[in-house]
Design a protein around this ligand. Structure first.
Ligand SMILES: Cc1ncc(C[n+]2csc(CCOP(=O)(O)OP(=O)(O)O)c2C)c(N)n1
Ligand code: SF4
Length: 288
């Protein structure tokens, strides 16, 4: 059986020392091993950004795609081969700016994949511009006088869009993050895990210390029940979305694969797609 070391490859990450993304990488590797996966049973599909490099640093199938487009690719992979565990990943710019409409539609579509967003409230790869997750007043190269736009609460947005699994974590909480990724993979539907993953080079506001001071663990909130959607929304609003843990899970809603016609038959990847003349004519005759 594979251990987390089997999910390592020999590519050395070129993230800055101290970048939060190192722990996210480790958590994915541990979660995959804990669940009992072998590297050839996992596909990690990422977008573009510092965080997007993660697919190259994990020994599994992987694709480092294009900016904001990890989700369409990841959903396609899962639909073609349900035997794979599929993780999509990238940054807050990737998923909540250019890729936001994919995020919303993936949430409501509920394909059985896990989406891990490394949220550092800034664009790291392009050297420090504001993202949709940057707070109002946040000063960067692109907003030298401070951002005049407010930050998007993605967790609230996900609940509104009909998400079936919404969780948030902090990259240094390796144990909790690993457990959430395991739960996300086991969830039968789309799971969104937003991970506060500090950018030590460009974000001098939302630092490790800042998160330690401002985050509340849902496990410490008395009576918190992740199956209660309105409680989840109220808790997010009360805490300015600065909570960690499983925020909401709905195990009732069927996943996309359970509803799509023909999906329970042979997965596309194993299907004989060789169209001979007879098959072609039969197919065409159905449309005549
Ligand atoms: C279509 C397209 N638009 C813009 C870019 C430039 N670009 C590359 S990464 C990036 C944002 C990076 O920020 P984020 O997604 O938050 O990831 P991070 O680097 O912070 O991990 C941008 C705007 C691009 N590569 N492709
Ligand atoms: S620039 Fe920021 S996000 Fe990118 S590797 Fe460095 S610390 Fe990480």
């Amino acid at each position: 059986m594979a251990t987390f070391k089997d999910f390592r490859n020999n590519v050395k990450p070129n993230w800055c020392p101290g970048c939060g993304d190192f722990s996210v990488q480790a958590a994915i590797q541990r979660a995959a091993a804990n669940i009992g996966l072998e590297p050839e049973q996992l596909a990690v599909i990422s977008g573009i950004g510092c965080s997007g490099r993660i697919s190259g640093y994990i020994n599994a199938y992987g694709l480092h795609g294009i900016h904001g487009r990890s989700l369409p690719i990841a959903q396609g992979v899962k639909m073609a081969n349900r035997d794979l565990t599929v993780i999509a990943s990238g940054g807050d710019g990737d998923g909540y700016a250019i890729g936001m409409s994919h995020t919303i539609h993936a949430i409501r579509r509920n394909v059985d994949i896990t989406y891990i967003v490394m949220d550092n409230q800034i664009y790291g790869l392009t050297k420090g511009q504001t993202s949709p997750r940057s707070e109002m007043g946040f000063k960067t190269k692109s907003t030298p006088k401070g951002s005049i736009e407010s930050a998007l609460s993605v967790m609230e947005m996900a609940l509104t869009a009909g998400a079936t699994f919404v969780a948030q974590s902090f990259s240094t909480d390796l144990k909790d993050l690993t457990a959430l990724i395991e739960a996300g993979i086991k969830h039968k539907g789309f799971s969104l895990i937003n991970v506060f993953s500090p950018c030590v080079t460009y974000n001098k506001v939302n630092t490790y210390d800042w998160f330690k001071e401002n985050l509340t663990k849902l496990a410490d909130v008395e009576g918190y029940d992740p199956s209660d959607r309105s409680l989840a929304m109220q808790t997010l609003m009360k805490n300015n979305s600065l909570v960690t843990g499983l925020i909401y899970q709905n195990t009732e809603k069927p996943s996309y694969q359970e509803l799509v016609h023909g999906y329970s038959e042979t997965p596309l990847v194993h299907a004989d797609l060789n169209l001979n003349e007879e098959k072609f004519n039969k197919l065409v005759s159905e449309f005549m």
